[in-house]
Design a protein around this ligand. Structure first.
Ligand code: CMC
Length: 428
């Protein structure tokens, strides 16, 4: 492979350096394109071919179905580590020692109390406000309660902002849930682990003792690890681009939450469950929905299928499917929606349309079924995904700032009207 790429424009040849990543990924560095060519740009709608940065956090190979954080396989991380341990790895680059982990966990817990005035903001939302909207607003509101700007060159200040957000984010998420349910807002219990705390924050009610189900805790831990980072996806790119203007961490993550909300991204887990329920209510006719998804004149898409990067299988989907089976066996529950999902997957995978377009179940195909078994209402599914993704957003924000990346500001190809004479009202 040559280390130079050549581009010919109007008979003139230009050369650009070729960069090679750790896993032999190849990128043409076009940094000098505009300057060298007197204004030529590239167009790549949806950034399907554009690398926005160099990153040391996550490697994924969509053809081979590989996902690794800081060099560690996702299969190992879900089996052998806990959520906060992987969060430390993703954010700081190495698995923590026992001492580092104890300090990390304690520092996060120290920040698990929200300012009581946050309750005034919660009060202002209508009861049925979508929890993703509340999560995004309240994450942004953290800026008002923690107005000090973070000096990116101060390790201590950056660490403080990170532990603050890691501590407060699940509490905000739980308060959004409680608001929806008309329940009192719970406080964190710092004698519990991070995942146990999420469960009690969400589900403990004051009238009854809360019994922690270790099976549920294990399943949630695994599910959240699977979501921790996924390199330059829509919400992460949003966090990086918001942060590139030197907006703070909380404001940047709030932008990420909004980006995650859409049903083509994290919102797919809610959309999958709604789709499965529709199929169930419609008599379970899976083939009918497969045909709808294949019909170009029908806007219906098989939610939880397809991925921008994975074109073989999504390794997270494999792990989740097994986790769903284990959880249902352990809890002894039986959800007919799981059977519909499995049938739908089977029919889709044997259909040439999906094979030709390389459409496979993604992480969200089974995640909603697990959240439902754990007791979360559908509106909370994407919120849970956000809790899982938080360490990735933080790691990517930190990496972007420490690399002193320039402000994110793409170009465009203008295709509107050329200069024209202004028309007065009576001429229009
Ligand atoms: N059902 C039916 N057809 C589909 C689907 C689907 N779920 N996904 C893609 N296609 C077709 C699409 O119509 C297009 O066909 P054609 O080439 O004939 O025009 C072709 O496959 C390529 O699709 P695309 O939309 O150009 O691919 P993309 O990379 O821009 O979109 C995607 C990726 C994930 C947005 C898309 O597959 C999709 O909408 N899936 C359903 C939503 C979903 O499950 N999203 C969660 C993604 S995983 C969680 C995360 O990381 O956020």
């Amino acid at each position: 492979m040559s280390d130079i790429a050549k581009l010919v424009i109007n008979g003139q040849e230009y050369e650009f350096p070729v960069k090679v990543g750790t896993e032999n990924e190849i990128a043409i560095d076009i940094k000098s394109l505009r300057a060298a060519t007197n204004g030529v740009i590239t167009i790549d709608s949806g950034f399907k071919n554009t690398g926005s940065c160099e990153s040391k956090i996550t490697f994924l190979d969509g053809e081979k179905g590989i996902l690794r954080h800081r060099g560690y396989a996702i299969e190992d991380l879900t089996k052998k580590a806990g959520f906060l341990e992987v969060a430390y790895l993703v954010i700081f680059g190495e698995l923590p020692t026992k001492e580092q982990f104890s300090k990390w966990e304690a520092d996060i817990k120290r920040h698990s109390l929200l300012n009581e005035e946050m309750k005034n903001i919660i009060d202002g939302f209508p009861k049925k406000a979508h929890p993703m909207g509340m999560l995004s607003s309240l994450t942004s509101a953290l800026t008002a309660f923690n107005p000090a700007t973070v000096d990116i060159n101060s390790e201590e200040q950056v660490y403080g902002a990170i532990t603050t957000l890691m501590g407060k984010f699940p509490v905000i998420a739980a308060w959004a849930h409680s608001k929806n349910q008309g329940l009192p807002l719970n406080y964190a219990n710092n004698s519990m682990g991070y995942i146990e705390n999420i469960m009690q924050l969400m589900f403990r009610i004051p009238t009854e003792p809360y019994e922690m189900n270790p099976i549920a805790v294990k399943a949630l831990d695994e599910l959240l690890i699977l979501h921790e980072d996924h390199e330059q996806n829509c919400s992460t790119s949003t966090v990086r681009i918001v942060g590139s203007s030197e907006a703070g961490l909380f404001a940047s993550v709030s932008g990420g939450v909004s980006a995650l909300w859409g049903r083509l991204h994290g919102g797919a887990n809610q959309a999958v469950l709604e789709m499965l329920k529709d199929i169930q209510d419609d008599g379970g006719d899976v083939e009918k929905y497969i045909n709808k998804a294949k019909d170009k004149n029908d806007p219906f898409r098989l939610m939880g299928f397809g991925h921008r990067v994975y074109k073989n299988f999504d390794p997270r989907a494999r792990i989740i499917k097994n986790a769903a089976d284990e959880l249902f066996a352990d809890l002894g529950t039986n959800d007919p929606v799981l059977e519909i999902a499995k049938h739908l997957e089977e029919v889709a995978l044997s259909d040439p349309y999906f094979a030709e377009k390389k459409l496979y179940p993604n992480v969200d195909f089974y995640s909603g079924i697990i959240y439902r078994a754990l007791g979360f209402p559908v509106e909370m599914f994407t919120v849970m995904c956000a809790i899982g993704r938080l360490p990735g957003w933080i790691a990517q924000w930190k990496e972007m700032r420490l690399n002193h990346e320039p402000i994110g500001r793409p170009r465009q190809l203008y295709t509107g009207e050329p200069l024209r004479a202004f028309k007065e009202f009576d001429e229009r």
